[in-house]
Every structure is written in C-alpha cells, then in structure tokens.
Design a protein around this ligand. Structure first.
Ligand code: DSN
Length: 422
C-alpha cells in the first residue's frame, strides 16, 4: 500500500508537500536550536482521533460528556509532568509557550504591575516583557540585560535593578543564551524583593530532564515549557507551579484564555514524558551538550566570534558581521544553500535591525537526535566556515550540500522513514 493513502486520495497536493518536508528534514543538517525530531510514537498520538473530542474543563470537571478516555490521558500527562519536575501542580493545556506565559502572568500579576525579564535582543523572549508584545503593553516591563564584558548574566546587576524597580515577577530562562542559568541566584533575588520567580525553560527542558542542566524546580514558583523543543514532544506547552498558584493558573488557562484543550497534543505530551524517563534520553541530553561544545570549539578554530566565548548548553550564538564580514542574514542564506539550517539572530549590544542582524543562532538537539557525535560536529563546523566564506560561490555551496546529504544518509531521523518514499 502506498504511504499516506487517504491523503493520496483526498488531497495529493498536501500529501506531496508533507513528503517534501520529510525529505527536507532528512537531507538537511538542522541547527535551529528550538527544533527537533518527534518520535513516531509522539507523531502517532498527535495524529490520533483525540483531535475529534472537545474537553473544556479539567479531568473530572468537564463541560461535555464522553470524557472516559480523555480524562485518563490528561491525568497521566499531568502526573508525569509533576513527577518529572517535582512540582505540586501541572496544567498541560496551553496551546503553546506564549499562552502559557500569558496564563502565568494573569495568575500572578495585575495590569500595570512590573515584569522583569531578559531583554529580547540579549536572548529573552517576546513574552518576557518586549515592548510590542502583550507582555510589554499590558504590564510594565523593566528588563535586565547581559553584562557587556562577559556577555553573560550578571546576578549582582540583576539584583540591583530588582531592588530599584521592585518587580512583581522575575522571569529567567531564555531563547538565545548559551550559558548555565544559576537559578538559586534568582530565588535569592526574588526572596529579597518579594517577587514571584518564574522559569521559562522551553529551550532546555530536555537538558534538565536528562540531567545536563540544573533544574529551576523547586526553587522557582512557576514555570512553563514548550513541549516540542529539546523535550522532543508535540507542538504544545505546559505550566508547572507550587500549590498556592494552582487554582489561579488553571482558571487563567480555562476559562481565562482558552477553550477546549487539544487532546491529541495532551496525549503526545504524556508520551514525550514517558520517553524522557528512559536511560537513552539521559544519554541524548548529555550528548547535546557535548556536541554543542565540540561544534563551538571547531567554530572558534575558524575564527568565528562566539557570544560569551562558548557554550554550556545546546546553543551557540555567534557574531558573523565583524568576525567573518557577512551579516547574519546572508550567512543563514548561504548555509541553507549548503544544506545547513540556522537562523539569523540579534546579538547583545549590537544595533543591527532584527531583519538583518549581526549573527546567527545554532543548536544541537536535532543533530543529536539523529545520533551525530563530536566527529560529525567537527565536519559541520568546517562546512559552516566554508559556506560563509564562499557565500556567493554557488558551485561551492552546491558541493557542500551534496556532502551534507551524503552524511545525512547515515544518520536516520526519528519519526521519518525514507522507505515510504520508494
Ligand atoms: N520560536 C522559539 C525559538 O526559536 O526560540 C521561541 O519561541
């Protein structure tokens, strides 16, 4: 029987595009640090009949009947999340990271009260108080910055700012920060100024569960994570919190922000937590960091300037404009032509516009999920250097792309089976 037979009959155009994306993901070295490959088990749960069911409310307290199976599934997901993070309460219904952060703010802040998060151009997220986002419009934002010398968090400076602005909530956890976060420092600061400590661990959840980065829990009062990044689950999110915030968080999600939970996503989140309990997941998390360090070392030998000088986690932020004479945008275009996917990114203390920033952001979760190790990272670092130094040489980029595709043949992608394309 052919692959995706129902789609082939109903909508071959979409089927072909899905297969096109499968091939692209197989043949590319994907270095966007927030992406990954979900397992076949996660994809099966995500694509199941659970998509047919409405379940407004929470297990045992729904507004619709017929919840015999969905109640059990959501309860399992909640219990696995609580156990994984050692927290009192979990809400697995947020549609994604932004509504998850919004729900936490609605649970603990009044309009106009102060959020203190890392400013976006230094690696914070839009929802951590950026001016054009709801978080910077509804609330008063008093962002902290990285240290200009070290390009790392300066906990004394953050503490000083917190004493001045007296935030209601301090947000830690980032989208472009390559270093270990010392959560206990944020706990001390929050205790001193009477702020709620909120951890957004979306990028590093997999590292935390696999023991490759310290956990913010139970030090943090509330936390959110998306489920599709290093955790390797479906596209979704969840909130964990201490008991005192549980009721307010649940109310903020439903009825405050959302209607029916996406049951198919809830089931796939449960599956992702089960996969994260396996010893292989610990090995995967550790290898992500080893791979990032190996890739960083190789890039340094090629004279790229890495923000903060290196990495402790899954992510590398590097400056290309001055160190290599090519903007982040042009570098990412050249890399894509060479079969290597990275994203252009602002770097701290640079005034280049976000649409043409001075650097690129790369990460190792995807390549690690494929089983690549330090030897492959060295090759990737060499190809990256070649691609950005020959960014206008279409022949060179095409040759690298061919070599990339050859390497990719030996490293299967979870959730994708090339036999289907035969
Ligand atoms: N889009 C995510 C990332 O790439 O980091 C953050 O939401």
């Amino acid at each position: 029987m052919s692959y995706l037979p129902a789609l082939q009959k109903t909508d071959p155009e979409i089927r072909d595009l899905i297969i096109g994306e499968e091939k692209r993901e197989w043949n590319t070295i994907r270095l966007i640090p927030s992406e990954n490959y979900a397992s076949s088990a996660v994809l099966e749960a995500s694509g199941s009949v659970l998509t047919n069911k409405y379940s407004e409310g929470y297990p045992g307290k729904r507004y619709y009947g017929g919840q015999e199976f969905t109640d059990k599934i959501e309860t399992i997901a909640i219990e696995r999340a609580k156990k994984a993070f050692g927290m009192d309460h979990a809400n697995v219904q947020p549609y994604s990271g932004s509504p998850a952060n919004m729900a936490v703010y609605r649970a603990v802040l009044q309009q106009g009260e102060t959020i203190m998060g890392l400013t976006l151009p230094h690696g914070g997220h839009l929802t951590h108080g950026w001016k054009v986002n709801f978080s910077g419009k509804i609330y008063h934002s008093a962002p902290y910055e990285l240290d200009p010398q070290t390009e790392m968090l300066n906990y004394d400076a953050i503490w000083k700012l917190a004493k001045e602005v007296k935030p209601k909530i301090i947000v830690a956890g980032y989208t472009a920060y390559p270093r270990t976060i010392h959560w206990e420092k944020f706990r001390e600061i929050c205790d001193d100024v009477g702020a709620v400590f909120h951890a957004d661990i979306s990028h590093i959840t997999g590292l935390i569960l696999g023991g490759a980065h310290p956990s913010p829990f139970p030090a943090a009062d509330t936390g959110i994570t998306t489920s599709h990044k290093s955790l390797r689950g479906p596209r979704g999110a969840l909130i964990v919190c201490k008991a005192q915030y549980a009721q307010a968080v649940d109310k903020a999600i439903m009825p405050g922000l959302q209607g029916g939970p996406h049951n198919q996503t809830t089931a796939a989140i449960a599956v992702a937590f089960k996969e994260a309990e396996k010893p292989e997941f610990k090995a995967y998390a550790g290898q992500i960091v080893k791979n990032a360090k190996a890739l960083a070392d190789r890039l340094l030998t090629h004279k790229f300037r890495l923000i903060s000088g290196g990495t402790d986690n899954h992510l590398i932020l590097m400056e290309t404009t001055k160190s290599k004479g090519i903007s982040g945008k042009d570098a990412s275009v050249a890399l894509e032509k060479a079969g290597i996917e990275a994203n252009m990114n602002t770097i701290p203390f640079d005034d280049s516009p976000p649409a043409n920033p001075a650097g690129i952001r790369i990460g190792t979760p995807c390549v690690t999920s494929r089983g690549m190790k330090e030897a492959e990272m060295a090759k990737i670092g060499d190809w990256m250097n070649e691609a950005v130094t020959h960014a206008t040489d279409e022949n060179a980029l095409a040759r690298i792309k061919g070599e990339v595709e050859e390497l990719c043949k030996s490293f299967p992608c979870p959730g994708i089976d090339p036999m289907h394309w035969a």
